[in-house]
Design a protein around this ligand. Structure first.
Ligand code: CP3
Length: 355
């Protein structure tokens, strides 16, 4: 067919409520999914993992498929989230990284110098075969339900790599940002390339949307964000733009960064629970959908209080160009799955338009 005009076949999930909301198109109901919907809140997850270390499980396509499908079956959410972790591409290139239960990712040899950058090579397709296989299995099973692929944003991954593990103050990270800005920006640029490989593998294997998690970027002042961080995040969004799937960007404590996060190139800006969605829309500006933003802690309140909090989010979202319902951060490990199912049902019921 060379030489003739070919239209790309439509993605199976292109008409889903999630993708439509991300594109700011009319929806049959407000789509709902939960960050960290797969995993520890579900008893069937503990059964499936059955002692397999977290990062090993991420390279087992059948197990990844089963764990990813569990919350879709149980909650009736509008999207699946690829079961993996932001440090998986680091593991794939041979970095000594482990996820310590109750702690988070721990890196044996932190990045401190220019020479350390040599260890951070960009993954080849061979490094990512298990990711490609898992996403293909999943999207075949999901059909028209979108799979949300994801990756770690340069700042958040840099923080783990520099600190060697989770950090509250990100002191070493900021010491490098201010004290060795060339090394810091070279590191973020390299991580951008690693994340681009991770994301494009997922999109090319069938993911219907992607989310870039910059979980800890709320620690950075806006001026520093624009100078040292945004260029690397923008590189990631630009690199996947031509693949045509919606791009979501999320961080915690980012009230003062919302506009900058959108301007990095996302179609959808994720908002935590600290800023009401109507105010978030004013900060982000026109032309973007928003995602969020129920306080995860409200899952521990009685059902009537939970319903009221969900309704408040819906009321604050009423004037948005596009809204994807989510929590303001991940599902807490000890959350009651019944409460999450209740949220999905409530949102669907109270936003159904019949269109
Ligand atoms: O359902 C989903 O959302 C997909 C699964 C998912 C995991 N990690 C699985 C996981 C996603 C999207 C992530 C992303 C991730 N990983 C982020 C960004 C999201 C966020 O919460 O801001 C971050 C910062 C990480 C790093 C990380 N990995 C942390 C902080 C932890 C928790 C450590 C702990 O035990 O408290 C992990 C481990 C992890 N990632 C688990 C799961 C299911 C728990 C592993 C276990 O079973 O012990």
């Amino acid at each position: 067919m060379s030489g003739t005009q070919q239209t790309k076949p439509q993605h199976p999930a292109a008409d889903s409520a999630l993708v439509r909301a991300c594109r700011r198109e009319p929806v049959p109901h407000t789509p709902v999914w939960f960050m960290r919907q797969a995993g520890r809140a579900l008893p069937e997850y503990h059964k499936a993992r059955n002692g397999v270390p977290m990062l090993e499980s991420c390279f087992m396509p059948e197990l990844v498929t089963e764990i990813t499908m569990q919350p879709v079956r149980r909650y009736g959410v509008d999207a699946a989230v690829y079961f993996s972790d932001i440090v998986v591409p680091l593991k794939a290139i041979g970095i000594d990284v482990e996820i310590k239960p109750g702690v988070g990712p721990v890196i044996a040899e932190p990045v401190r110098s220019l020479a350390d950058l040599d260890r951070l090579r960009v993954p080849t397709p061979e490094d990512l075969t298990a990711i490609d296989a898992a996403v293909r299995l999943l999207t075949a099973e999901l059909g028209a339900t979108p799979l949300i692929g994801f990756g770690g944003a340069p700042f958040t991954l840099a923080s783990y790599l520099i600190e060697g593990g989770p950090s509250k103050g990100h002191e070493l990270t900021k010491a490098m940002m201010y004290g060795a800005p060339e090394l810091f920006t070279a590191l973020l640029d390299r991580i951008a390339d690693i994340t681009i490989a991770f994301l494009t593998t997922q999109i090319d294997a069938g993911a219907g949307a992607v989310q870039l998690f910059d979980s800890w970027v709320g620690a950075v002042a806006p001026e520093d964000y624009r100078r040292y961080v945004q260029p690397a995040s923008a590189k990631v969004f630009a690199a996947v733009a031509s693949r045509g799937v919606p791009r979501i960007h999320f961080g915690v404590g980012t009230g003062e960064l919302l506009r900058d996060l959108g301007e990095a190139g996302a179609d959808v800006v994720g908002v935590d629970w600290r800023v009401p969605l109507d105010e978030a829309a004013r900060r982000v500006g026109p032309g973007k959908a928003l995602q969020g933003n129920l306080d995860p802690a409200v899952l521990f309140a009685p059902p009537a209080a939970l319903d009221a909090a969900v309704q408040r989010v819906l009321d604050q979202a009423a004037g948005l160009e596009g809204h994807v319902f989510n929590l303001g951060h991940g599902v807490p490990p000890n959350a009651d799955p019944g409460q999450l199912a209740r949220v999905v049902e409530y949102v669907h019921e109270h936003t159904r338009t019949g269109s």
